[in-house]
Design a protein around this ligand. Structure first.
Ligand code: UD1
Length: 366
């Protein structure tokens, strides 16, 4: 019997979670896998570049929603995905991560009586001021199959009353992409191109509203990065949201020095940059995990994380978004030079196979 699975993605961090599953399903004759791209992210550097780097086939449906307020964007995705789901009625709708596309698709699918699977279920920051936390909680509540990346996620779901049989501890699908892509990332010589080969340097990404929307917070963080840039090269691929805020503050292009503001970087170049970095400073979820796996010191500029295992087991440390705190933490981390990859259960490059096993063969992973 051939099963139909439809994956819904929309924003940059979704694409590296889709890639290993798309590959896995393509290798199995008993499943017809189709994809919907909501268009939440649409710039070539935020979307097409990732489909290329990750060798994901073009989406079967492109909803083209674009940017808008949360309500408008979520509503547009719901309106445009409903006819696709009504026409195709897949056996399972897979949603990924915690972006607006995730919760919008899950809500429409659940109301149509379709089964929903959530990849990267159970993560909780406990911070209801974070739009992603709302998306995570609602998506998990709507999902029939909850694929968790870590044991803490299982505990969170059990504490919320999710029946144990819905929870599958499959591991971290982002790490599947990383393991698969590392040889290609290394062969691209990104470091030579950027003149960083053999030198210590830091990589920065910042895009959370809590860090970039308030001019005083963003200004303070930027000052810290400019100061750090006088001590070593600081490479900062800038998210469009952050770039708009920096331009409004007159901080972009930057004064120069060692702080280099780049356009968003593709998946393979970013992986190459991160693997050889002396330090990563970020507010991204995925980078906390990637640095933990690669053993690269990471400072996460947030008061909390939904990925606690990266702090308890990995190289990640939370820092307050304030100039002096960030600068001191960065200098400490650079001086300590503590590297070391953490082995985390089921972060082993085979998570997609486990998910396919649950979906297609009725396997169980507890
Ligand atoms: C979204 C996710 C966030 C994720 C991030 C990764 C939600 C609620 N947030 O945040 O969890 O970490 O993606 O990037 O879903 N823009 C462009 N080009 C694009 C996309 C966005 O210029 O291709 C600009 C627009 O001005 C837009 C802004 O970026 O208004 C924010 O985009 P949006 O998708 O709303 O949220 P992100 O901040 O990207």
């Amino acid at each position: 019997m051939t099963r139909s699975v439809l994956s819904v993605v929309g924003a940059r961090p979704n694409f590296m979670k889709l890639a290993p599953l798309a590959r896995c399903f393509a290798a199995r004759p008993d499943v017809r896998h189709t994809t919907v791209h909501t268009g939440q992210h649409y710039d070539a550097g935020m979307s097409a570049a990732f489909f290329g780097d990750l060798a994901i086939p073009p989406p079967d449906h492109d909803l083209g929603v674009g940017s808008a307020s949360h309500a408008q964007q979520t509503a547009a995705i719901m309106q445009r995905i409903e006819p696709v789901l009504v026409a195709t009625r897949p056996d399972l709708v897979l949603v990924y991560g915690d972006v607006n596309s995730t919760v919008a698709a899950a809500l429409v699918a659940a109301k149509l009586g379709l089964r929903v699977g959530h990849v990267e279920a159970g993560l909780r920051s406990g911070d209801w001021g974070m739009p992603e936390e709302i998306n995570r909680v609602v998506t998990d509540r709507l999902s029939d199959l909850l694929f968790t990346p870590s044991r803490d996620a299982d505990e969170n779901l059990r504490a919320e009353g999710v029946p144990a049989e819905r929870i599958h501890f499959v591991g971290n699908v982002m790490i599947d992409s990383l393991v698969h892509a590392l040889p290609a990332a290394r062969s691209r010589q990104a470091l030579t191109r950027w003149g960083l080969k053999g030198r210590p340097y830091a990589v920065v990404t910042l895009h959370r509203p809590s860090n970039v929307d308030d001019p005083a917070t963003l200004g303070g963080l930027f000052e810290a990065l400019e100061t750090l840039g006088r001590e070593l090269p600081v490479v900062f691929p800038v998210h469009p949201r952050t770039r708009a805020r920096l331009v409004a503050l007159g901080l972009c292009p930057s004064a120069g020095g060692g702080l280099r503001l780049l356009d968003p970087v593709g998946y393979l170049d970013m992986l190459g940059l991160v693997e050889a970095a002396a330090l990563v400073i970020t507010d991204s979820g995925g980078l906390q995990e990637e640095t933990t796996f690669l053993g690269v010191p990471c400072l996460t500029v947030r008061p909390n994380t939904e990925r606690p295992v990266t702090c308890t087991r990995g190289t990640n440390r939370l820092v307050t978004p304030a100039r002096d705190v960030l600068l001191a933490a960065a200098r400490d981390a650079l001086e300590a030079r503590t590297r070391g990859a953490a082995e985390i259960e089921r972060w082993d490059g085979t998570t997609a196979e486990r998910i396919a096993g649950v979906v297609l063969d009725g396997a169980e992973f507890r």
